[in-house]
Design a binder for this molecule. Structure first.
Ligand code: ZN
Length: 507
C-alpha cells in the first residue's frame, strides 16, 4: 500500500555495509572501545565524509527540512568523531524510509475518506430508494479532515509518524553505543539494528491500519450527517479472531451525536476490523444478510443481518461443538512451539501426523493428550526406553485400564483409573516386551517389567501399608502400598488411581 518492504530491506542492507566498513576501518580484531569510537576523524577522513554528507543533501532535497539543516551543519563542521559520523549515516537511512511517508499517508487517507464518504452516501440512498441531495467533497474539506486529530491526545497521524521516526533513530543510536560499549562484534550489532527496523515496520503498519479505520469512521459519520441519518449500529466480524470488546459492541446502536472514535464507534483497538452501518428503527435492515466464517473449516457463509456476534457464537460455534477450534486458533503460536518441542523430545513417529491433528488431540481428546504428556515425561526422565513408542505405550495403558479399572482391591477400594507413570513402571526400564515374550528374549533384555498377574496378585494379597508422600507440588498425598509375591503396587486410596508399581528385588 504505502510502504514497500523493499525500502526496509534496502535501508538495513545500507546500514550493514556502513557498519562493516566502519569496523574495518577503525576496529582492531572486530572490536572497538567507546573511547576509540569517539576519536575525532582525521582531516582526510573528515574531507571524505563531507562528500558523503553532500551526497545525502543532494538526494534529500524534498525531504525533512530539519534533517536537511542538520546535514548542512555537519558538512560545515571542523570536528566530528567516528561515532557521530556513523550515526549520521544510519540516520540518513531512516530518513530515506520516512521521506515522503507523510505526504503518501495523507494522500492515502484522503482517498480512503473520499471513497468511503461516497460509498456510504450511495448505500444509504439505495436503501431508502430515493436520491437525496448531498455536498460533494472538495480539496479544502479533505485537507481539513486529514489535519484534524481524532484521538484524545490531540495528535494527528503526521505527529505519530514523526514520533515513530524519532523513536527509531533514538533506539538505533542507543543500540549502537551499547554494542560498542559491550564490545560486540559487528554482525551482532547489525542483527540488533535490523530488529529495530522490523519493530518500526510493525509500528507503522499498525498506525496506518488504525488511522485508516478512523478515517473510514469519519467518512461514515460525515455521510450520515449529510443525509440526516441519526443513529448507527456496530457491526463486528463474525469469526474466531474478533476481540472481546468488539464481540460485546456488535449490534449495539448509538446516536450520531454520541459518536466518538474508540468509545462508541470503531476502531476500538489497533487492527480493529469492526465497522458501523446506519441504524433505523423500522425494518430497514430486515431481510439483509451478513457474512460469518466457520472457525473450524474457515468457510464463509451467511446469517441474517440482525443476528449479533454473541448469538452467532452460541448457535454456530458453541452449540455445534466448535469452541475448541477457537481456542486452538488463539493458542496456535504457543502450541506450535510445544509441537516442535514434543517432536524433538519423543520423535516424529510418536506424534500425531500434523500440527492440526496435534491440536485436535490436545483440545478434543483430553485423555489421550494426558497420556502423550505422560509418555513424554516418562521417556525424557528415562523411566522407559524411547523404543517403546507411543503406540505400544497407549496399547499397554488401555489394556491395563480394561483389566483393572472397575475391579476392587482386597480391602474394597475401587480402581478408577491409571496414571501414565504406572504404565511406564509396568513396562519397565528396559526394552519393550510383551508379557508372553520367550525366556531367551527375557534374559537377553534383562527384563525388569512387571506382569499383569503380578499386579493382580499384589492388589488381592490383603497385605498393605499406608504412607504419606510429598508430591512435586509440595502437597502431601496419602498412598497405599500392596505387597505381592513379585511386586509392590501403590494406589491413591482417595481417587482410586493406580500410581506406581515396583518389582521386588530378588535376594
Ligand atoms: Zn475490533
Amino acid at each position: 500500500m504505502i510502504e514497500t518492504v523493499d525500502n526496509y530491506d534496502r535501508a538495513i542492507a545500507a546500514i550493514k555495509s556502513d557498519i562493516e566498513t566502519w569496523y574495518q576501518r577503525f576496529a582492531v580484531n572486530n572490536e572497538i572501545s567507546l573511547a576509540e569510537a569517539k576519536k575525532l576523524l582525521t582531516k582526510a577522513e573528515l574531507e571524505e565524509f563531507k562528500w558523503t554528507v553532500d551526497e545525502y543533501i543532494k538526494l534529500g532535497m524534498s525531504g525533512d527540512p530539519r534533517w536537511h539543516k542538520q546535514l548542512e551543519n555537519a558538512s560545515a563542521r571542523v570536528h566530528l568523531n567516528r561515532l557521530e559520523a556513523l550515526e549520521i549515516q544510519m540516520r540518513e537511512q531512516v530518513e530515506r524510509i520516512y521521506r515522503g511517508r507523510e505526504t503518501a499517508t495523507r494522500e492515502y487517507l484522503a482517498n480512503l475518506y473520499e471513497d468511503n464518504y461516497y460509498h456510504n452516501v450511495f448505500d444509504i440512498e439505495q436503501g431508502v430508494g430515493i436520491g437525496l441531495s448531498f455536498t460533494r467533497l472538495d480539496q479544502k474539506r479533505l485537507d481539513l479532515v486529514t489535519q484534524k486529530p481524532w484521538t484524545t491526545d490531540n495528535k494527528t497521524f503526521s505527529d505519530r509518524i514523526w514520533t515513530s521516526k524519532q523513536a527509531l533513530i533514538n533506539s538505533l543510536n542507543r543500540n549502537l553505543t551499547q554494542m560498542i560499549a559491550r564490545g560486540e562484534a559487528p554482525d551482532r550489532t547489525i542483527a540488533a539494528i535490523a530488529k529495530e527496523f522490523e519493530k518500526d515496520k510493525n509500528t507503522v503498519g499498525r498506525l496506518v491500519m488504525t488511522e485508516s479505520a478512523a478515517f473510514s469512521a469519519k467518512a461514515r459519520a460525515d455521510a450520515h450527517a449529510e443525509l440526516g441519518v441519526e443513529r448507527f449500529e456496530i457491526v463486528a466480524t463474525l469469526d474466531a479472531n474478533t476481540s472481546e470488546i468488539c464481540r460485546d459492541m456488535d449490534g449495539k446502536h448509538f446516536a450520531e451525536k454520541d459518536r466518538e472514535i474508540g468509545v462508541t464507534c470503531p476502531p476500538f483497538h489497533p487492527w480493529c476490523r469492526s465497522t458501523d452501518v446506519p441504524y433505523f428503527d423500522d425494518e430497514f435492515t430486515v431481510g439483509g444478510m451478513r457474512v460469518a466464517r466457520d472457525p473450524e473449516t474457515g468457510k464463509v457463509y451467511e446469517v441474517p443481518a440482525n443476528m449479533t456476534y454473541r448469538e452467532w457464537y452460541q448457535k454456530y460455534v458453541v452449540d455445534e461443538g466448535k469452541e475448541w477450534s477457537v481456542k486452538a486458533y488463539r493458542n496456535r503460536h504457543g502450541d506450535r512451539k510445544q509441537y516442535e518441542a514434543y517432536k524433538d523430545a519423543i520423535g516424529k513417529s510418536n506424534m500425531p501426523l500434523t500440527f492440526r491433528s496435534f491440536q485436535q488431540m490436545k483440545y478434543q481428546e483430553p485423555q489421550r493428550w494426558d497420556l502423550l504428556k505422560g509418555y513424554k515425561s516418562e521417556v525424557t526422565s528415562g523411566n522407559i526406553s524411547p523404543l517403546v513408542g507411543f503406540k505400544n505405550f497407549e496399547k499397554e495403558h488401555n489394556s491395563l485400564i480394561e483389566r483393572f479399572v472397575g475391579t476392587k482391591t482386597s480391602d474394597g477400594i475401587e480402581i478408577k483409573g491409571i496414571k501414565p507413570h504406572f504404565t511406564a513402571r509396568k513396562i519397565g526400564t528396559h526394552e519393550w516386551m510383551a508379557d508372553d515374550a520367550s525366556k531367551e528374549i527375557r534374559n537377553r533384555l534383562r527384563y525388569k517389567a512387571v506382569k499383569s498377574e503380578q499386579i493382580e496378585d499384589a492388589l488381592s494379597s490383603g497385605v498393605y501399608r499406608d504412607t504419606l508422600r510429598k508430591e512435586k507440588t509440595g502437597k502431601m498425598m496419602l498412598s497405599r502400598q500392596y505387597q505381592g509375591q513379585e511386586c509392590v503396587v501403590t494406589i491413591n486410596p482417595e481417587t482410586g488411581m493406580l500410581i506406581q508399581t515396583n518389582r521386588k528385588k530378588r535376594k
